[in-house]
Design a protein around this ligand. Structure first.
Ligand SMILES: Cc1ncc(C[n+]2csc(CCOP(=O)(O)OP(=O)(O)O)c2C)c(N)n1
Length: 624
């Protein structure tokens, strides 16, 4: 195996050129084999194998800096920098991260996970290099999908007039997770076919030349027009106009060609874009056919491409999807908005049923929020379906464009809480905090799948201001079916009414609270369980009564402690002079790495066992 000779950074430089295609094949088989077991980002990585090899041949690590946008496509980079063995623990707790991590290797120079940051980061590093007299290369590698994010344009604008080298590799596979959208995607597709333009131009000139008499004359007149046309159509005009040298398009399967172009790009003074055409899923037929399905995948059978674990029950996004489709029929101004996640959020069905009322705005969460504000101001009812961690991008827009004007925008916040294998960048653990502090915002969290449906209908039909409904990743909870009180603004639901201990649980933690209560009861305790389905506003009446009637209140949330549900409860109790013991179960003030969700819950102290032990200790302290 040639791969056996790759054990540390730059080992690839010792592989003879004629063996590189074989190495690419071996890396592909390695990726397919490992990801089929661990799950992970397959299609993007398969597409970027040769590109990554060429980068490692043209540049020297760790001196030169490679910055991977999003970072989900950095697996080959990890293999080439001595982390092959780590793939047996990929995305597991304490294992190899699925994204670049500075703490993991000095060849990872910038942590990523969210899209469209690499050009800003790279530009910053290039400026820092210049200020410190360095001579290394700084290379940002960014996909065409990530080019739909606004930060990219802020960075390109800022790179204008730069006098030293900074390389941007545009890894264009024509896809975001799903098909790429918008004007820039269409511009890129025109660049991909720019050879067709060159051929067409020559054919037109030849034809004109054959015209009797005026042929040459006409050609020169047309050439004038052509200069203008050229500005629009020659490859890279968009970049050139911004003062960025454009190389491309380059075939992303041709390693030696890419190496030559990268070496040339190093010589350019100023920013340069190398536009590389790659193929998502390359070399594995199921991933080539279904690149979106294999963008991020769970374990699968290599032979068939089918998921190893069959989904038996609906997940939260499915429930959301079903309700949206049903309500779309009744409410003709209901609009669904996604920022490049039609599949993950479950909006694909809505799109096929109501194409005119569905908008994929690209990886542009900030824009999506203000776009929704505009839709609402124009009389529509927009529902923005978005992952909790990505909505962080739209914070100011929620404050300034939605809540200030009290506009009726519904935020369907998916993947709220711990998400597992994607790690720090993707955990949805801040939304209760960053939304709670915004005036006019109403925050709901369902205990089970029926409540999600009820809340979504309430937010669409009854409520007239901003509302955020947060729900977790994975299978929708179908327990506690017997409890289904109509959704009323700011009202909690008392599930079990006893004495001594009162569990105040929000969203996903109601299920946990239920299990904890069972454990407490087995140990002879009395325990109330309240479904705090409105995280904002709090149900002050129920809370005040709970404080009067129990020895210990325990708040439970899948969110960081700072500014979260528990602290809102404590703040209310303090303000109103309620004297009761309170235990806050929430995530500590820290980032949480990858791992499976149940394991992470126990590790972080919000799992059933840990909560049970904490309550027991606290009660012993109170009684003694
Ligand atoms: C801010 C943000 N929103 C959404 C995502 C989810 N996401 C991860 S990769 C991706 C598509 C990226 O497309 P592209 O840059 O073309 O890379 P490819 O996977 O096609 O190689 C999206 C939408 C994200 N990582 N960050």
């Amino acid at each position: 195996m040639i791969l056996d000779r790759i054990n540390q950074p730059n080992d690839i430089k010792n592989i003879p050129e004629e063996q590189l295609p074989e190495l690419a094949d071996e890396i592909r088989s390695f990726l397919i084999e490992k990801i089929s077991r661990s799950g992970g980002h397959l299609a993007s990585n398969l597409g970027a194998v040769e590109l990554t090899m060429a980068l490692h041949l043209a540049f020297t690590l760790p001196q030169d800096r490679l910055i991977w946008d999003v970072g989900h496509q950095s697996y080959t980079h990890k293999i080439l920098t001595g982390r092959k063995e780590g793939f047996d623990t990929l995305r597991r707790y304490g294992g190899l991260s699925g994204f670049p991590k500075r703490s993991e290797s000095d060849c990872d120079v910038f942590d990523t996970g969210h899209s469209s940051t690499s050009i800003s980061a790279g530009l910053g590093m290039a400026r820092a290099r210049d200020l410190t007299g360095g001579t290394w290369s700084v290379v940002s590698i960014i996909g065409d999908g990530s080019f739909t994010g606004g930060m990219v344009y802020e960075a390109l604008n800022n790179a204008f007039g730069m006098k030293t080298n900074f390389i941007i590799v545009l890894n264009d596979n024509g896809m975001s997770i799903s098909e790429n959208v918008g004007g820039f995607a269409s511009y890129l597709s025109s660049l991909r076919t720019s050879e067709a333009y060159t051929g067409l131009k020559k054919a037109a000139e030849d034809t004109l030349r054959q015209l009797p008499g005026g042929g040459e004359n006409m050609i020169s007149r047309i050439r004038g027009v052509k200069q203008n046309l050229k500005a629009m159509l020659i490859p890279g005009a968009f970049f050139e106009q911004l003062g960025i040298t454009y190389f491309g398009p380059v075939d992303g399967s041709n390693i030696s060609r890419m190496v030559t172009v990268f070496r040339n790009a190093k010589k350019v003074r100023g920013p340069v874009v190398v536009h590389v055409i790659t193929h998502k899923g390359k070399g594995y037929v199921p991933a080539e056919r279904l690149p979106a399905r294999f963008h991020g995948t769970g374990p699968f059978d290599i032979e068939t491409g089918l998921a190893s674990v069959k989904k038996e029950k609906a997940d939260w996004s499915d429930i959301f999807s079903t309700v949206m489709c049903k309500e779309g029929k009744k409410v003709d101004n209901l609009i669904a908005v996604t920022a490049a996640m039609p599949d993950g959020t479950g909006l694909r069905r809505f799109r096929s049923m109501y194409p005119d009322r569905f908008f994929d705005v690209g990886i542009a969460e900030e824009h999506a929020v203000t776009f929704c504000a505009g839709l609402a101001a124009g009389g529509m009812i927009p529902v923005f379906a978005v992952y909790s961690s990505f909505l962080q991008r739209g914070f100011d827009q929620i404050v300034h464009d939605v809540c200030l004007q009290n506009l009726h925008v519904v935020f369907a916040i998916d993947r709220a809480g711990l998400v597992g294998a994607d790690g720090e960048t993707h955990q949805g653990i801040f939304d209760l905090s960053y939304l709670s502090l915004i005036p006019n915002m109403t925050i709901l969290a369902p205990k089970n799948k029926w409540e999600l449906a009820d809340m979504l209908r309430w937010a669409i039909h009854t409520w007239e201001g901003p509302a955020a409904i947060r729900y977790p990743r994975g299978t929708a909870y179908d327990g506690l079916k017997e409890f289904r009180a109509p959704v009323e603004y700011g009202r909690w639901e008392i599930l079990y009414d006893e004495s001594d201990i009162c569990l105040l649980a929000a969203g996903s933690m109601v299920q946990t609270g239920y299990e904890v209560r069972e454990m407490l009861k087995k140990n002879g305790a009395n325990c109330t369980l309240i479904n705090c389905r409105f995280v904002k506003p709090l149900d002050e009446e129920v809370l005040a009564a709970a404080a009067r009637e129990h020895l210990l209140l325990v708040t439970l949330e899948e969110n960081v402690i700072s500014g979260g549900f528990g602290q809102s409860v404590v703040s209310y109790l303090k303000q109103t002079g309620c004297d009761v013991e309170v235990e806050l179960i929430a995530l500590e003030d820290e980032y949480i790495e990858e791992g499976c969700v149940s394991e992470l819950k126990e590790e972080t102290g919000i799992g059933e066992e840990s909560i049970f032990r904490r309550i027991q200790t606290r009660m012993i302290g109170l009684i003694l």
